[in-house]
Design a protein around this ligand. Structure first.
Ligand code: ADP
Ligand code: ZN
Length: 705
């Protein structure tokens, strides 16, 4: 078949059934169709090229951000190809919206999904077979209904459009098992071309979509990920200092309207409460009633509310064009999610900012929660072994196994997701299949890889926007730095300040440069312990220095990895550049350092350890013999608790935790799990075993202060 993409003359197609009754008369080139049928004066970037390929009959994967105009890319070719376009869409609400929109524009469109009556669905099938529909929307699970795909095949569509195509991939962030049916059922609907569309797909997901859908000689169109008006800024900050920083930033009216993302519902409420003292703000999360959410959203859209504090999982409904700032108060769970969230800033094209407040400990918090939501495979095995074909209540099972409710529920949920258990609505369970291990292992590893990915982004030292654009595999991008992020334009940052290095920083820089000169290069972790023995200089401050030195062109950082116990460990290596090798000690004081200053709203006393570094040695500040002296009550309480815990377990006290950790706990006085993670020497095991008790003791002692 020879088809001319530039002309919109109806394209003949294989169809055994009668001519369509309501044939639209189309003539002229694509611009005319665009203007006359769709009432748009010009194509948006990439739309024309995509339309041309699809009209020609090519399979095509389209990855473009939300709002960039993907729908036209199947609608226009569908009209030109002159038959029915079958659209597969995962959400009823989305289908309803799209059908209504098309009908309003005068197209013959309808939909079949579980929310419609039998007779309505039957009528739609008749209309489809009579060739009266230009667009038919279906949910993927329809394809499982016996006879339905065969019915569709009796009058083949001229185009198959798969919306939200990332749902087919278990590597995407929104996997839907129903989408898997597509790979099996699409062949009988061919030879129509397939256009798969999504706003979010990493290169791995892109490959998976193409494979799963059985697409052939697919044209890959991944475009538009560079947002030129969003200045991305990352700032390292302890969790306890973040709220006041958010208030600082948002007190400037130019930074508003704003969306702030907090990791938990409780935190959205706490932060909104604090913000409200200065600015109209409200929390927004899935735990609020529908009315409350609606009213918050309406107020935000109308401008009565300046700031919305939302959980990461819940911001999908917010579409406001003039959002000036998006702030993340913790490291998000994945880079894809993060990109989607910052994409809500500056839809109007005006300068906007995306600020991410994070710290080294955030990654550990993610690992901690990962361990909780992906229990060890042995635990799943234990449960699976107890399941039979006979129903038993999940509570009986849990008691028989003497498992903690939280652990049991999370393990059973995972077994159910991966088919190892069947859970009925009445909370009874039966045995599923035996092949759950592999998908479970894959999912768990994938989740860890996502955490690694976002951590690497946070630790990267290059243009932030370029990093994201390259991560998503944007093929049309020219690879230039954005010019406005914290790396490209450090003088314009808003969460941090640029200043000269202080005395201590000058010492560290001098030590760092001479270490690199002697060794030729070193991993940043080792470099940190070498130039700051005893970790007397905070890791986050050290990272700030590294970033500043990279920005000044004195050092170069490269990413490396190795495998250990089946896991990929990533690390960064620092080396001196030519400029760095020639850098003289006198010049150090003239460097520009990007740092996050203590907030002016922060009333809490800074809790830096009473130590300082001199010529590479750790020495105590005169008069401060130990941290115990600064808070003897807490020191004593923790020490006594440790002794008791050691006695109960029959182990020496240092096996519970060392004196050094004790000092650090007293110095840092953690008030939450996040903060506990930030304490030097504290790891996941510690938090799991003693976290609750330690936090209780700190709280009790603080209230007595
Ligand atoms: P996506 O599916 O990529 O999120 P949509 O297809 O919903 O985006 O398009 C977003 C908006 O842009 C819609 O309101 C649509 O009508 C509009 N739009 C799409 N293409 C054009 C165009 N060429 N000219 C003007 N508006 C357009
Ligand atoms: Zn940049």
């Amino acid at each position: 078949m020879t088809e001319n993409p530039a002309s919109a003359t109806p394209v003949p197609h294989d169809s055994a059934v009668d001519e369509k009754k309501t044939r639209r008369h189309i003539s002229g080139d694509l611009d005319t169709v665009l203007a006359e049928v769709f009432r748009f004066s010009s194509f948006r970037p990439y739309q024309r090229k995509v339309c041309e390929s699809v009209i020609q009959g090519r399979d095509l994967l389209l990855v473009m951000p939300t709002g960039s105009g993907k729908s036209l890319c199947y609608q226009l070719p569908g009209i030109v190809r002159n038959g029915t376009t079958l659209v597969v869409s995962p959400l009823i609400a989305l289908m309803e919206d799209q059908t209504a929109g098309l009908k309003q524009k005068g197209f013959a469109a309808d939909r079949i999904h579980s929310g419609r009556t039998r007779s309505d669905s039957r009528q739609v099938c008749r209309d489809y077979l009579n060739g009266e529909l230009e667009f038919l929307f279906i949910a993927p699970e329809r394809l499982a209904v016996p006879g339905f795909p065969e019915m569709l095949a009796r009058r083949k569509p001229v185009l198959i459009a798969i919306d939200e195509a990332h749902c087919i991939s278990q590597w995407g962030h929104d996997f839907r098992p129903d989408y898997r049916l597509l790979g099996e059922r699409l062949p009988i609907l061919r030879p129509a071309p397939v256009i798969a569309m999504t706003a979010t797909a990493t290169p791995r997901v892109q490959k998976d979509i193409v494979q799963q859908l059985g697409m052939v000689e697919t044209e890959m169109r991944i475009h538009g990920f560079r947002r030129i008006n969003i200045a991305i800024e990352l700032a390292e900050l302890m969790p306890s200092d973040r709220s006041s920083k958010v208030i600082d930033i948002l007190q400037n009216s130019e930074a508003r309207p704003a969306i702030v993302y907090a990791p938990t519902r409780q935190k959205t409420e706490d932060l909104a409460g604090e913000l409200e003292r200065f600015i109209p703000a409200a929390p927004y999360h899935a735990g609020l009633s529908a009315e409350t959410r609606d009213s918050v959203q309406t107020s935000f859209l109308s401008g009565r509310l300046d700031v919305i504090v939302a959980t990461i999982a819940f911001g999908m409904g917010i579409d406001k064009s003039n959002v000036r700032t998006v702030i993340h108060t913790a490291l998000p769970g994945s880079l894809e999610g993060y990109y989607q969230e910052i994409g809500r800033a500056g839809r109007d094209g005006k300068p906007s900012r995306a600020i991410l407040l994070h710290s080294y400990g955030d990654r550990r918090v993610h690992h901690f929660f990962h361990e909780k939501s992906y229990p060890h495979e042995d635990i799943l095995k234990t449960i699976h072994a107890r399941l039979t074909d006979k129903k038993q209540t999940s509570e009986t099972l849990r008691r028989d196994l003497a498992m903690e409710p939280e652990e049991f529920e999370s393990a059973l949920e995972k077994l159910w997701i991966h088919g190892g258990a069947m859970v009925d609505p009445d909370e009874t369970v039966r045995k599923g299949h035996n092949r759950w291990h592999i998908p479970y292992r894959n999912q768990s590893a994938h989740r860890l890889a996502q955490i690694d990915e976002i951590s690497r982004f946070a630790g990267s030292f290059s243009c932030r926007m370029l990093y994201l654009v390259q991560h998503f595999g944007d093929r049309a991008d020219d690879g230039r730095p954005c010019g406005i992020c914290d790396f490209c334009a450090p003088q314009k940052v808003s969460a941090s300040v640029v200043r000269k290095p202080d005395g201590k920083e000058q010492e560290i820089i001098s030590e760092l440069i001479s270490t690199l000169r002697q060794t030729g290069g070193m991993s940043t972790g080792k470099l940190y312990t070498d130039v700051s023995p005893g970790s007397a200089f905070k890791r986050s401050d050290f990272e700030n220095l590294l970033r500043s030195l990279t920005a000044a062109g004195l050092i170069a950082l490269t990413e490396h990895s190795f495998e250990k116990d089946g896991r990929i460990i990533h690390y960064r290596k620092a080396e001196l550049t030519g400029k760095g090798r020639g850098f003289g000690p006198k010049e150090i004081s003239t460097l520009a350092i990007t740092a996050v200053p203590a907030s002016k709203n922060d009333k809490k006393k800074a809790s830096s350890p009473a130590k300082r570094v001199e010529s590479g040695k750790v020495i105590r500040r005169p008069g401060a013999a130990g941290d115990g002296e600064r808070n003897p009550a807490l020191y004593e309480a923790l020490r006594l608790w440790r002794m008791e815990a050691a006695r109960r377990r029959g182990v020496p006290a240092f096996r519970i935790f060392t004196n050094k950790v004790l000092d650090n706990l007293v110095a840092d006085r953690p008030t939450s799990y996040d903060e506990l993670y930030m304490v030097q020497g504290v790891g996941p095991y510690f938090v799991k075993q003693y976290g609750k008790e330690i936090l209780r003791i700190v709280k009790e002692c603080s209230s007595r202060l």
